[in-house]
Design a protein around this ligand. Structure first.
Ligand code: FES
Length: 102
């Protein structure tokens, strides 16, 4: 079941299947992944390695790294990725680092 979200969803017929932490979602194809996950009700993208504090997108422009997620096995900034069909997204394990080669 989809969690509640404070964001207004646009009526969009071009939705694709994405999985976040095992939860199937239908997100707008080509949308910004961080924005689409927030709109779908995802409020915690990762936990900090030291304290375990929950983090979520803050800057939405690639500067803060609070939106780090693992996408198809690679840790990336969700705000710098577009939604595409079949993405498998999960919270990175504590201590996983950004792969800057992607
Ligand atoms: S929200 Fe700041 S880097 Fe993605």
């Amino acid at each position: 079941m989809k969690p509640a979200s404070p964001f207004l969803e646009l009526d969009d017929a071009s939705r694709v299947d994405v999985v976040f932490d095992g939860m199937p979602l239908r997100l707008s194809d080509g949308a910004n992944l961080a924005a689409a996950l927030l709109a779908a009700g995802v409020s915690v993208f990762r936990e900090t390695p030291v304290s375990g504090a929950p983090r979520a997108p803050f800057c939405m422009m690639g500067a803060c790294f609070d939106c780090l997620v693992e996408i198809d096995g690679v840790v990336r900034q969700a705000c710098m990725v577009d939604v595409s069909d079949g993405l498998i997204v999960r919270k990175p394990l504590s201590g996983e680092v950004l792969d800057e080669t992607v």
